[in-house]
Design a protein around this ligand. Sequence first.
Ligand SMILES: Nc1ncnc2c1ncn2[C@@H]1O[C@H](COP(=O)(O)OP(=O)(O)O)[C@@H](O)[C@H]1O
Ligand SMILES: [Mg+2]
Length: 247
Amino acid sequence: MAGDPLIELRDVNKYFGDLHVLQDIDLTVGKGEVVVVIGPSGSGKSTLCRAINRLETVQSGTILLDGQPLPAEGKALARLRAEVGMVFQSFNLFAHKTVLQNVSLGQVKVRGRKKEEADRRSRELLERVGVADQADKYPAQLSGGQQQRVAIARALAMGPKVMLFDEPTSALDPEMINEVLEVMRQLARDGMTMIVVTHEMGFARSAANRVVFMADGRIVEDRSPDEFFTNPSSERARDFLSKILHH
Ligand SMILES: Nc1ncnc2c1ncn2[C@@H]1O[C@H](COP(=O)(O)OP(=O)(O)O)[C@@H](O)[C@H]1O
Ligand SMILES: [Mg+2]
């Protein structure tokens, strides 16, 4: 592990009605670590991410961020959401706000920054993700790849301790996938702690410290990318890899 534990899940279980979607999940992510989560559709990857920033509650087990249990409500929960940046498949930008406003809004509302300070920071981050020239446009005027980079800037603007990415490139046209992955690679190089759900195996190989393979709500494998890709130990993972690598 790269550093001290930043995220710890201990024996976490989550049900939707009778459906047991997270089963005895144990997962520790160290500071500065990049963990790629892969697995078939419906295996619980999104629910895992959503549990970590408490968009979903779990029925049993513990989830710690930086040694602290996740807060249940109120200001502490808003702060948690800021500390756990989340980027979804659908970019989730506010359609009626400009790019700059999208990135500044949470900084003012949750972090209590002055608007000028927030805007200055937003422009720096938009520069960093390569869309500074789009600051005054509305999301619909941007390409999908540009919108996703704005979504990343918006999450970063809150000063997160960890970034969760849930299939951030799955809704993008192929030619835009790399510009988003490159921003993520840079973030990883800068030492950000990241959990990334993705089918981009090139990214997993090049940027991940660990690959977590999920199936039917369980973590089936948790290994280095090298070990996972060259010699997966489970039949489930071998089957999954053969499907996605040879499609
Ligand atoms: N809000 C919900 N209500 C009921 N079932 C859900 C809900 N969200 C997800 N599920 C179910 O939980 C399982 C895991 O879903 P999900 O975490 O989205 O998987 P993945 O992201 O790996 O595709 C699936 O069977 C899915 O249908
Ligand atoms: Mg999902």
